[in-house]
Design a protein around this ligand. Structure first.
Ligand code: NDP
Length: 616
């Protein structure tokens, strides 16, 4: 009637309403709460009981009353029941539009299928211990597996209970080899994920990390102090940690020329960033659904830098200058990173709410200044955080290492560098080249997707990485250490093991995230989650929960061992790194718990160790 047309709302369900939402990739419905509605995409954001949020079409949502009513019926007029049984396994995604062919299927056939489906759905909803219960949270892997199992049951036309149980067990963690059905499930889930980003930016950061306001304030003072303490201590003849170095005169710390060289370095790298070489890729979707573009040319920047350094050395340029003025360079980099952080904070005050970092929006100046208020600050297409993350600091690190190697040769009048120096330089060069070669992988890291750009990352990228990570090479210049060939071989093997674990774990996860159907990963098993992404439970990610950190720590040890056992100073890196990664792991666990809910808990049960097998 005209009246009803006039009154018809543009959306059927209101914010806050508790409804039944269809599980993506299945025929099952769970209790969810509507949190918002997107008028343009016509999608509801719904929240599950554990806090997981998904975007659903209206046709995948039903009122609770209709659901309860339907459960006791044998037929249904639900919009979710329009596809034919043959095509069901391909049409479970709420994001997948029904094909015309399916829509034109005869009414009677639909009805028959509907009946069959309802019977199955109801039987799945029976409160058996291993079966689905609509009152329960749907992100739980058990339910997830059951959801997926329901696909199998549909295909196999209601097998006897025992058979169903077997199928359930098989599905829960089965091999991906020859599993065509699973590929279908995945492609559906991918469609679903592409509809709308799953995570929403909280308006305010409620849980403060790093010790809150006091902690971050202390860190702003402590981090620079640590760098200067380490550099000063390392320069001493006896670099014992308790042998406190005399403080240098303040004016000796600043050198205008050094600052000029630092600026030249920074802007040279920035110029390389703009070179139109290398592919342009999209980052992960932001909370607004937008994806930023990134030019992948860090490796080219490295090659160009190497060529320039080669030319400078050819023309007898003294890289020794870096060794002589290392402290002034560190001061210049620290001053620059502080100025950059102030600029970043000031500009973040004008940034729209949706561009703020989920972890750096507490409203407390000191906390947001430290953790980074704005997520992806850009000047035009120049992404400040992405640029600083790998280029000036990481490439700077290997240049400092090279300067140390040349300084050692010059001071001790060597025709070839010491074996220890070669190992330290070689191992760390491999690490940096690997990071630049796999630059794209940085786009999915916490630094890019979660943390804002503030003092923590600016100081970390521009000061901490180049000046603290090069400490072993710096130490070796002042404290020559002789190692034998067999020892060198042993350390090299250790570094290779670490690198192998680090690289293969990172690649396994990156490839799996990029293309879960990759045939190279066919042997891997995973737990499906509510977000459509799986959690690997075999391969490296089934060994410990952060195998890449394990590999990284093994490498860190291999970088310190060439410095011998006279002092603990060269081991600062490995000790600090263990602390950093243990803390980072805890942060990531927290985020994953929020993202995946009980599916993550299930993963933790299955893979109990976080980083170190049988230890932690
Ligand atoms: P990771 O690469 O370890 O990524 C963690 C993410 O991986 C999680 O948030 C989750 O994200 C996903 N994930 C977790 N478990 C699984 C699983 N079982 N299956 C599939 N995906 C899973 O994070 P980082 O950014 O911390 O580290 C990247 C690399 O950088 C590491 O190798 C690390 O060692 C190195 N690093 C080096 C530092 C240095 O100073 N040298 C400092 C920090 C890191 P989702 O599910 O959303 O994909």
């Amino acid at each position: 009637s005209r009246d009803s047309v006039w009154k018809m709302p543009s959306r059927k369900f209101a914010d806050g309403e508790v409804v039944m939402g269809r599980w993506p990739g299945s025929v099952l419905y769970y209790e969810v709460q509507v949190t918002s509605y997107d008028d343009v995409a016509h999608l509801y954001t719904v929240k599950y009981k554990d806090g997981t949020e998904l975007a659903l079409k209206e046709s995948d949502i039903r009122s609770q009353s209709s659901f309860k009513h339907r459960k006791s019926q044998s037929s249904s007029s639900s919009p979710s029941r329009r596809s034919s049984s043959r095509s069901r396994s391909r049409s479970r995604s709420p994001g997948r539009p029904a094909k015309g062919r399916r829509r034109s299927a005869s009414q009677s056939r639909e009805h028959k299928d509907d009946k069959k489906k309802t019977t199955q759905e109801t039987s799945l909803a029976l409160p058996k211990p291993s079966e689905n219960n609509t009152k329960r949270y749907n992100g739980e892997p058990e339910s997830t597996e059951k959801n997926a199992t329901s696909c199998i049951i549909l295909e196999q036309k209601l097998k006897p209970d025992l058979e169903i149980k077997r199928v359930l067990e098989q599905y829960s963690l089965r091999s991906r080899k020859d599993e065509k059905k699973k590929e279908e499930i995945y492609s559906e889930k991918k469609t679903f994920v592409a509809v709308k980003p799953i995570e929403k930016v909280p308006t305010k950061t409620k849980e403060l990390e790093f010790g809150g306001r006091i902690g971050t304030f202390m860190l702003i003072l402590l981090l620079p102090a640590t760098v200067f303490y380490l550099l000063l201590t390392c320069k001493q003849d006896d670099p014992s940690l308790l042998n406190f170095p005399p403080l240098p005169a303040l004016e000796s710390l600043w050198d205008g020329r050094v600052f000029g060289v630092f600026l030249l370095w920074f802007f040279l790298q920035a110029a390389f960033y703009f070179l139109p070489i290398g592919k342009v890729v999209e980052g992960l979707p932001l909370s607004s659904g937008r994806k930023l573009q990134y030019r992948i040319n860090g490796f080219y920047a490295f090659i160009l830098t190497a060529a320039i350094i080669g030319v400078l050395l050819y023309f007898q340029f003294e890289l020794h200058y870096l060794y002589d003025h290392l402290m002034q360079f560190a001061v210049s980099a620290a001053a620059f990173s502080l100025a950059l952080s102030v600029y970043l904070y000031v500009r973040s005050l004008k940034a729209p709410e949706e561009e703020l970092a989920p972890g750096g929006n507490s409203g407390y100046f000191i906390y947001d200044f430290f953790t980074g208020h704005e997520l992806n600050p850009r000047i035009g297409s120049f992404d400040l955080k992405y640029f600083c993350e790998l280029r000036p600091g990481l490439i700077g690190w290997v240049v400092i290492n090279l300067a140390m190697l040349l300084a050692e040769m010059k001071i001790y009048n060597l025709s070839v560098p010491s074996l220890s120096m070669i190992l330290v330089n070689g191992f760390q060069l491999l690490y940096v080249v690997d990071a630049l070669w796999n630059e794209e992988a940085v786009l999915t890291t916490m630094d890019i997707t979660h943390d804002g750009f503030g003092f923590m990352l600016a100081f970390g990228d521009l000061v901490w990485v180049p000046f603290v990570y090069s400490l072993q090479a710096f130490y070796l210049v002042g404290h020559p250490t002789t190692i034998t060939w067999p020892v060198a071989a042993g350390i090299t093997v250790l570094n290779c093991i670490g690198y192998y674990i680090f690289r293969s774990a990172n690649s396994q996860k990156n490839n799996f995230r990029r293309n879960p159907a990759d045939p190279k990963l066919a042997n891997l098993k995973f737990i499906p989650t509510a977000t459509g992404k799986g959690l690997l439970v075999t391969g490296w990610w089934g060994f410990v929960r952060h195998p890449n950190y394990l590999g990284d720590i093994i490498m860190a040890l291999a970088w310190s061992l060439p410095c011998g056992f006279n002092h603990i100073l060269p081991y600062f890196y490995v000790i600090y790194f263990i602390c950093l990664l243990v803390h980072r792991e805890a942060r990531d666990e927290h985020h994953c718990k929020q993202k995946y809910g009980l599916a993550w808990e299930r993963y933790c049960q299955r893979v109990p160790y976080r980083i170190f097998p049988y230890i932690y």
